[in-house]
Structure formats: C-alpha cells, structure tokens
Design a protein around this ligand. Structure first.
Ligand code: ZN
Length: 81
C-alpha cells in the first residue's frame, strides 16, 4: 500500500520535473530570441518562427528557404552540364 503511494508520488514528481524542464527550455529560447531581436524573412518579410530564428545564420522563413534551395539545386545542375 505504501509502495503504491510512493510510486504515485514519484510519477507526479517526474511529470513536474519534465514540465519544469520544458518550461525553462522555452524561457531560454525566448531570452535568446529577445537578445537577437525580431527576425523577419529577408525575402518575404514575414516574422520567422522563434525555433527557426534561434538557428544561427537563418535569414529566411522556411518557405523562402525551400524556394532558395530548389533554385540553387536547379542552378547547380545547370552549371554542371
Ligand atoms: Zn519568406
């Protein structure tokens, strides 16, 4: 009986720990984002999502980055032949 209560307690503790961990990761992300300032896509001007904006060297939103990569692939294929 006591064991089951302990198990329940540690399950709750684990859940709390995970919640705190996620929360602090998000806070860190936000702090980093604020330090960088608002980042907008250099191509279309929309705001870059926080997760992406935290990556160093990112200047475009995902859509424009894909467009750019597709363009570069085409360009390289053409310059190879
Ligand atoms: Zn864009």
């Amino acid at each position: 009986m006591a064991d089951e209560v302990d198990k329940a307690d540690s399950a709750i503790q684990l859940a709390l720990d995970e919640m705190m961990y996620r929360h602090s990761a998000r806070v860190k992300e936000e702090a980093l984002f604020n330090a960088l300032g608002e980042k907008v896509c250099s191509d279309c001007g929309i705001e870059i999502p926080i997760k992406r904006a935290c990556i160093e060297g990112v200047t475009r939103c995902i859509d424009c980055q894909r467009e750019e990569e597709r363009y570069q692939r085409l360009y390289y294929i053409r310059s190879d032949s």
